[in-house]
Write a protein that binds this ligand. Sequence first.
Ligand SMILES: N[C@@H](CCC(=O)N[C@@H](CS)C(=O)NCC(=O)O)C(=O)O
Length: 229
Amino acid sequence: MTIILYDLCGKNGKRFSPFGWRTRMALAHKGLEHHVELVKFTEKSKVEFSGQKLVPVLKDEDNVVSDSFAIAEYLEDAYPDRPSLFGSSEGRGMAKAINNFVDMTIMVHMGNMIVADVSGHVDPACLDYFTSSREARFGKPLPEVQVGRDDRVVAFRKTLEPIRRVVQDQPFIGGDRPTYADFPLFGVLQWARCTSTFAILEPNDPIRHWFERLLEDYDGVGKSEPAAV
Ligand SMILES: N[C@@H](CCC(=O)N[C@@H](CS)C(=O)NCC(=O)O)C(=O)O
């Protein structure tokens, strides 16, 4: 049995994808050995077999799954004897709600604060593609997207208050141990940690302590990716 994870990589093999990190944490949670195929922004042909162009993609024998949440659901159903990612069907729904909340709000605000910093970690061969595709998305040059982030980060931190109130009272969103509900926000903060030195969280923020716990967890898989300097 060989599971293959196709994950985005930047300069020097750096793996900073917020979605890739959700899947890496899910595989660590399930304790599933896997082989990694690194995919640069301009190497989408590597995942053409999945019928779409985004990573992560998981290939498990004849099963091919794209989209990080669909991958989590696949792993949960295919490996029921391994530690549960959702805990229950109710937990699956709640993890999906957090996943969607992070995608539709947190990711957008974070992108506005770090996208130019991310470009510094993109493989030089992909930089033109990254810059033009992101400038088209944001409608302006990337350094301009980040202007005003010192003010915007204050409002951003407030949007995390619902999660802060959970992780100040218990170690993880999932409870005493993480569940998939922890991984979407972890992935976004890991994306920022790996690509930017901008202080997203204040030093004494309970979310920062929660993030540090997750970086160390699962034999330090999160910590193994160096932070941006
Ligand atoms: N909904 C998808 C989103 C995947 C996604 O947007 N992946 C990005 C990497 S962070 C990608 O492949 N981008 C390729 C590109 O921008 O060309 C998921 O959860 O996996």
